[in-house]
Design a protein around this ligand. Structure first.
Ligand code: T1G
Length: 703
């Protein structure tokens, strides 16, 4: 018999105090049923003659972490969160919000509409709506400036960052921090109250209009300067904060509502909300339904180069005990130097305290002895990207690792099945593909192969989550552009760019077009950053594919020793270690000579041509990876491209972008280009299927 669904809101009483308790796991999102429940409970409590005060609290890990984002694309239901907040504020009896966990967005707005706020010591608070391309739409832009002033209010809403409870107390956002028993202390606090205290009547931070407007105007100018005049949500937030001073509360709330609707309807917000759920969906590995991750306390990393030491830092920063194995004294010292430099820089920049830095380093064991690996629960091989070197190292690791330990290789494109075999215990072996710099980049592709056990896979997933990173499950692609999802798509991206380079475009033009589209850096700036020799080594070990044009420009640059930033000369020339270079005239000259040799008459490409050709290649590669089962769903590809390759998050990723154009239009555009390179512009079967069935990639996310 189907169990009756528990109502997400309960009304309890403790003598003359009514308690409205929310229970809507996992994060008590303020969906329609919750809002209706709170409104009904509040009306009942206010009407109850023996009620002197009302507490709003929540069970579970947090006070509401916001409105229910999933409801934004649905038919709105009453009461809206804004209406509920006004109901709370206008209650005739004191309402106290007892908050804990991550009180965010609509949850904090509900607390600010309450007359008093009590928080636990480790509560974190914030209005992160800007990360979803919207703004606080339930009174936050009107009540927060009243409580803490325009400057701090703008800081909180424009950064979307969380603040701690002690800070919130200091700035006047909460009234009291409770020691232990939040509910009990809230009741005691409530019993001492004798009057409601509507936030909207608090004008203490609105009296000095001139200073207030100076904050507003300065912030508006700063945003226009840094983000441009089209920065929708940030500028709307400033408008709303201005309205909090200039308009009565109802006028301000109306303006906020309209601004919220405008932002919600924007393409940017649709993209950001898609990205929010895409990275959470990506972490739903099928293996996780079968088994629990094994406990990982000590992590060992073999290879202390750029990647290995970056992974070590990420693990230290997340509280793991770390063993870093490097060959020989000099290898150990270089690794120690790299890690030491990270902590020095972080302390100098105030990101870490001396104590935090020192504490982290106490968990680091640096050695050149492989037998220390038998203490580790997880061993990550991070030596150079050479098959024989990796296979022999993995064989040694497989020999010393303890029973039950998980072995991972950080290969980015070598044959995972074969490398797993070389450990002698393939079921314990997975891929963990970090992206440089590993201590910063949030993406990790978890490589799965036929022999990998579910336990090993979910243990790898658990480790990546514990690092606070975004995990995406990937099988190794065997087709054009080996590697997991990211590298396979990058190969198509670069091939599309190189073909235009050969036919008439220039590196600065292509980079400019992709930056204008929203990428931080263009493909040739990225090539210079990662080093042309890395990609060259990979091309040398990858058999040429007759279906693709082989563009020799990069090979010729390597032959000249133009390897990018590491030689201060690549597609750009770099001076004094600057990250941004000036176009390298010698490369442009070399490309012109190369075209002449090949009898190519250069032709013009508009920025739109460049962008379209590259995006078509990316989407088509994504479609191929879906067909091969390398990627489980299109939104995983979006997550990889956003976190690993700087695809503009506000667009939601290439596969979401493709749906905006529709697969059938994409397939017809590709058919025009396929003759130029069948591998990157020959429509993948999945794309053809979607086009024929008038379906979208989003339909495959549901699968
Ligand atoms: N709505 C719907 N689902 C949500 C949600 C939300 N606000 N927040 C989290 N979830 C789901 C999430 O998809 C996942 O589901 C599960 O909860 C656990 O989340 C009017 C308009 C709170 C810091 O932007 O930042 O209020 O994958 O894996 O790492 O002004 O979730 O298990 O099926 O992220 O511990 C403003 C968004 C909304 C906060 C917890 N609030 N959430 O992190 O768990 S807009 C936010 C978070 C708003 C008002 C406006 C984080 C978290 P599933 P998780 P976590």
């Amino acid at each position: 018999m189907k169990q009756a669904q528990k109502h997400p809101v309960r009304l309890e009483r403790q003598g003359n105090i009514a308690l409205i308790v929310i229970e809507n796991p996992p994060v008590n999102a303020l969906g329609a049923a919750v809002r209706r429940g709170i409104a009904a409970a509040l009306n009942a409590a206010v009407a109850h003659e023996k009620t002197d005060a009302i507490i709003i609290a929540a069970n579970g890990r947090t006070f509401p972490a916001g409105a229910d984002i999933r409801e934004f694309d649905m038919e709105p239901q009453e009461p809206s969160l804004g209406q509920l907040c006004s109901l709370v504020e206008n209650a005739s009896k004191p309402v106290i919000a007892a908050i804990h966990g991550t009180t965010l967005g609509g949850g904090l707005e509900l607390a600010m509409a309450s007359h008093y706020r009590i928080a636990t010591q480790n509560t974190r608070m914030g209005l992160p709506e800007i990360h979803l391309g919207i703004l606080p739409g339930a009174g936050g832009t009107q009540r927060l400036p009243r409580l803490i002033g325009p400057e701090l209010a703008l800081d909180i809403m424009l950064s979307g960052n969380q603040i701690s409870a002690p800070i919130a107390l200091e700035i006047g956002l909460v009234d009291q921090i409770c020691e232990e028993d939040l509910r009990g202390e809230a009741v005691t606090y409530a019993r001492a109250l004798n009057a409601a205290r509507p936030t909207s009547l608090n004008r203490s931070n609105l009296v000095d209009g001139a200073t207030y407007m100076a904050s507003v105007n300065a912030r508006r100018e700063k945003i226009k300067l840094e983000l441009g005049a089209n920065a929708l949500a940030p500028l709307k937030i400033v408008d709303c904060v201005e309205a909090a001073l200039l308009l009565p509360i109802d006028g301000g709330l109306d303006l906020e509502r309209a601004a919220f609707e405008d932002c919600l309807a924007s393409r940017e917000s649709a993209g950001l909300r898609h990205a929010f759920f895409a990275e959470r969906a990506a972490a739903k590995f099928p293996e996780a339904a079968e088994v629990k991750p094994a406990q990982v306390d000590r992590v060992a990393i073999v290879g202390g180069g750029l990647m290995g030491s970056g992974i070590a830092i990420a693990a230290l920063q997340s509280g793991f005990a770390v063993t870093l194995v490097e060959q020989g004294e000099s290898g150990v010292n270089e690794a120690l130097e790299r890690i030491g430099e990270f902590y020095e820089r972080s302390i100098a920049k105030g990101r870490l305290s001396e104590a935090q830095g020192a504490a982290a380093l106490t968990h680091l064991q640096l050695t050149n002895k492989l037998d220390t690996l038998n203490e580790a629960d997880l061993i990550i091989e991070a030596v150079a990207e050479d098959f024989d070197l990796k296979a022999s190292m993995l064989a040694e690791i497989g020999a010393v690792a303890k029973a039950g330990a998980v072995i991972a290789t950080n290969t980015s494109y070598l044959d995972l099945d074969a490398l797993a075999g070389s450990t002698g215990r393939p079921s314990d072996t997975i891929g963990l593909h970090f992206f440089a710099p590993a201590q910063v980049n949030k993406l990790v592709e978890v490589g799965v192969h036929d022999a990998a056990s579910a336990q090993s896979v979910v243990t790898g997933l658990g480790f990546v989550k514990a690092l606070g990173k975004v995990a995406v499950r990937a099988r190794v692609s065997g087709g054009f552009g080996a590697g997991y999802i990211g590298n396979a798509i990058l190969t198509a991206y670069r091939q599309a760019a190189d073909i235009m380079l050969e036919d008439g475009a220039t590196p600065p033009q292509i980079d400019g077009a992709m930056r204008a589209f929203g990428f931080q850096l263009g493909p040739y700036q990225v090539a210079d950053m990662s080093g042309l020799d890395i990609a060259y080594a990979r091309r040398q070990s990858t058999p040429r594919d007759g279906n693709s044009r082989y563009v020799e420009i990069a090979d010729n640059m390597v032959a000249q020793g133009w390897l990018g930033q590491k030689t201060n000369r690549g597609y750009y020339i770099y001076t004094d270690g600057h990250r941004h270079g000036v176009p390298n005239g010698d490369v442009l000259k070399m490309i012109a000579e190369y075209r002449a040799q090949k009898g190519i008459t250069p032709r013009k490409f508009s920025d739109r041509d460049i962008r379209d050709r590259i995006l078509l290649a990316i989407v088509n590669a994504g479609a191929r990876l879906l067909g091969e089962g390398v990627a489980a769903r299109p939104s995983d590809i979006d997550t990889v491209m956003i976190h690993g390759f700087g695809y503009p998050r506000g667009r939601g990723g290439p596969m979401m972008d493709a749906d905006a154009t529709t697969p059938s239009i994409i397939a017809s555009r590709m058919s025009v280009l396929a003759h130029e390179d069948a591998n990157i512009w020959g429509a993948a079967p999945v794309l053809t299927m979607l086009a024929q069935e008038r379906q979208r990639f989003a339909d495959l996310n549901k699968a």
